[in-house]
Design a protein around this ligand. Structure first.
Ligand SMILES: NC(=O)c1ccc[n+]([C@@H]2O[C@H](COP(=O)([O-])OP(=O)(O)OC[C@H]3O[C@@H](n4cnc5c(N)ncnc54)[C@H](OP(=O)(O)O)[C@@H]3O)[C@@H](O)[C@H]2O)c1
Length: 278
């Protein structure tokens, strides 16, 4: 029973994502130092986790399972089968199990851990590492309303999270999972444009990144329609419409839409591969 009581959280895998989530949840007061533990086979990873979070990290996965209410499966997809096999006997219906592994389906988690497990599958993205993630999550059939509310609260403490049916998690991967790389490319291209018209590189990159950050914040803070925000800065015969015309000629919208579609397709392909390797 988790309820509104602060849960005991155990991370299986003490890598980058586990460290980022632990730090975010501690900072938000959603977990307490003495109620979080992680396991990792690698001494170096355990030490790094301890150093960055001040939390306990042990070698034995089952020690984490037996002392936690919420288990966060934070290993790479390739090592998930091994982890599930290791913890299968100690996981019970009292645990809420949250997997953040890309491409590992709820069905595969059920097969690995046994029936009647309370599962939630999450697809976060790299800005989670700085507390600004965009995540999609899909609860399994046995997850309770309380479980779902808890996961929603935890994920929203390190960014924004949206509940979706599992069949849409490949689309989340194609948009927000892979999206930071698209935006890095956009920022780099804007910076190149700035250099082309005479700006020093460091200033061009800072201007480009700050512009993307500011524009994104305006979208989120105002809630205004994107077309309205665009029209607000596009005066007749002005500079912005000249730039927008060039973007349209370059097919920037179609290119970004294609990027999301291609990455979604690839995510589904890779999920098939993970499934067949288990
Ligand atoms: N990084 C991201 O931006 C990102 C974004 C979205 C989703 N994810 C997902 O998050 C998951 C974790 O990613 P990450 O970047 O945090 O990976 P990571 O830094 O490699 O962390 C995974 C950790 O789990 C350990 N591990 C491996 N097998 C284990 C086992 N059987 N029992 C316990 N621990 C084990 C690994 O140790 P070894 O080094 O010894 O293998 C490693 O320290 C991945 O599934 C990834 O798909 C990551």
């Amino acid at each position: 029973m988790i309820g509104t009581v602060i849960p005991r959280v155990g991370f299986l895998g003490a890598g980058k994502m586990a460290t980022a989530l632990a730090r975010g949840w501690l900072a938000a007061g959603l977990v307490k130092n003495d109620k979080v533990i992680a396991s990792d086979p690698l001494n170096q990873s355990r030490q790094a986790f301890r150093g960055e979070t001040g939390l306990r990290a042990v070698e034995n996965n089952n020690e984490v399972v037996s002392s936690s209410d919420v288990l966060v499966l934070a290993v790479k997809p390739q090592t998930m089968a091994e982890l599930l096999q290791d913890i299968r006997r100690s996981v019970t219906g009292d645990h809420l199990i949250v997997s953040i592994a890309a491409g590992v389906a709820l069905r595969q988690l059920e097969e690995g851990l046994g029936p009647d497990r309370r599962l939630v599958r999450v697809m976060p993205n790299t800005p989670c590492l700085i507390g600004v993630s965009a995540s999609g999550y899909a609860p399994g059939e046995r997850a309770t309303a309380e479980d779902i509310a808890l996961v929603d609260r935890l994920l929203n403490a390190v960014g924004k999270a949206f509940r979706l049916p599992e069949c849409l998690l490949d689309a989340v991967t194609g948009l927000s999972g892979s999206g930071p790389a698209y935006v890095f490319t956009v920022i780099e291209a804007l910076s190149d444009g700035g250099v082309r018209v005479g700006l020093p590189r460091d200033i061009a990159t800072a201007l480009a990144a700050q512009t993307v950050y500011g524009a994104a914040k305006m979208v989120l803070d105002t809630g205004l329609h994107l077309g309205v925000l665009k029209d607000m800065v596009t005066s007749p015969g002005g500079t912005t419409i000249a730039g927008l015309h060039a973007l349209e000629r370059g097919g920037v919208r179609a290119a970004l839409m294609d990027a999301v579609e291609a990455a979604t397709r690839r995510s589904a392909e890779l999920a098939g591969k993970v499934a067949s390797s288990q």
